[in-house]
Design a protein around this ligand. Structure first.
Ligand SMILES: Cc1cc2nc3c(=O)[nH]c(=O)nc-3n(C[C@H](O)[C@H](O)[C@H](O)COP(=O)(O)OP(=O)(O)OC[C@H]3O[C@@H](n4cnc5c(N)ncnc54)[C@H](O)[C@@H]3O)c2cc1C
Length: 372
């Protein structure tokens, strides 16, 4: 089986298929949106509401809420176990959401977070003093404003504490902190909020969420990329009803089944333009059930009014995650699609990781059956 895409969706597809005994190769050309995530995995907000939305990729699976819940339980625990083996520990459950502050002190909801972020859940900080670590040499982050925001927005007793790091470059940025040992603050008896990137945090320390470029995303992407072949798929060989091979400039990857987990615009799975297209196989691209090509100028106007309109565009799949052609028929019997390349949901919203994890997981399982 071949998975095209090295983000969270491709990883979950490979994880599920290997668990079912398939021989899997993952091909990825570069880091995609997964490498930019802020540090909190948003899985799902309200499953019943999601399943009432007819074009949502989870609704299209045709699985009842109990079945979805069971698949999510298995997919997420397997993912947490696999990432734990790579040295990345995650905490939380898809059934409960917490609120975590980013480097500006703004709260973001998330279900699953790195263990280094988990102690910073805003509810758990209530009633505690929080020292926000500042590094005066770093220009793109201001601990005093973050502490102020934590106080004003969330009622947390936060204060900034500057530390000096001797060997930082002049005009350092947050990325220069990546991989450095966390400096110990003077404040005692307080929880300690660190800008993301430090390692070996003290027991009472936690990391804030990031804005891109994201140390959380980079750590996750490095773990996911282990074992993937770095190559760009530029074309497919197909027969009437199935995909035979994927081609890169250097080689051809033959397989029984293929999972397309190529992401949205950042990953490269969709190509923007007057009408958004799927560049590798010319698959149908839809918005709310209608082909994007038929929406023409109207969609452009909608995007102008609200950019999130474009965020809902993508591939549409049948119940077994086969992507559809524009005429609504499944394109190939052995091709599956997963992750942010799918439309019908807002990938910056409350299922940012939930859709890639669950559709990746199921696509991997369905594709593994094909090869069996
Ligand atoms: C800035 C930003 C911040 C975000 N923050 C959050 C957050 O905090 N929480 C949250 O839940 N969600 C967040 N999201 C959404 C979430 O990150 C994405 O929905 C999710 O990571 C998508 O995963 P994916 O595997 O489907 O796609 P991607 O991670 O984009 O992976 C696509 C992969 O496909 C590969 N690929 C594409 N075309 C080819 C080809 N032809 N050949 C070979 N490989 C190819 C790419 O190189 C890449 O490896 C954020 C998104 C963005 C953009």
């Amino acid at each position: 089986m071949l998975v095209i895409g090295g983000g969270i969706a491709g990883y979950c597809a490979a994880l599920a298929a290997r668990r079912d005994g398939a021989d899997v190769t993952v091909v990825a050309r570069a880091p995609g949106a997964t490498a930019l995530y802020a540090g909190g995995m948003a899985i799902i907000d309200d499953l019943d509401t999601v399943l009432r939305s007819p074009h949502h990729p989870l609704t299209r699976l045709g699985i009842d809420p109990v079945g979805i819940a069971t698949e999510l339980d298995t997919a997420i625990s397997t993912l947490q176990l696999a990432l734990g083996k790579e040295g990345l520990k995650f905490e939380g459950t898809w059934r409960r959401r917490g609120l975590y502050a980013d480097i500006h002190g703004v709260a973001r909801p998330a279900n699953i977070v790195p263990a280094t972020v988990a102690p910073g859940e805003l509810g758990a900080l209530s009633g505690k003093r929080v020292a926000v670590i500042g590094v005066p040499q770093v220009g793109d982050y201001d601990a005093a404003s973050t502490a102020q925001a934590l106080k004003e927005l969330h009622g947390i007793e936060a204060f900034a504490e500057d530390v000096t790091i001797d060997d930082l470059p002049v005009a350092a940025s947050l990325t220069d902190l990546y991989g450095r040992r966390a400096p110990a603050p003077r404040a005692r008896g307080a929880a300690i909020a660190y800008p993301p990137g430090f390692v070996a945090l003290p027991d009472d320390g936690f990391e804030l969420l990031s804005s891109p470029p994201s140390p959380h995303g980079w750590r996750l992407q490095q773990a996911l990329a282990l074992g993937a072949v770095q190559a760009e798929v530029t074309a497919f060989e197909t027969s009437q009803a199935s995909v035979v091979a994927a081609r890169s400039s250097a080689r051809s990857f033959r397989a029984d089944a293929f999972v397309l987990a190529t992401g949205r615009h950042i990953g490269g799975g969709l190509k923007g333009g007057r009408a958004t297209t799927e560049p590798l196989l010319g698959l149908g691209v839809f918005r709310e059930g209608s082909p994007a090509s038929s929406l023409g100028v109207r969609l452009h106007l909608l995007e102008y009014l609200d950019p999130s309109e474009e965020m809902r565009i993508g591939l549409m799949t049948d119940k077994r995650l086969h992507p559809l052609r524009e005429d609504g028929a499944a394109a190939f019997g052995n091709l599956y699609a997963a992750g942010a390349v799918l439309g019908g949901y807002d990938y910056a919203g409350p299922s940012g990781f939930g859709v890639p994890i669950l559709t990746g997981w199921l696509a991997g399982r369905y594709a593994a059956k094909q090869g069996a």
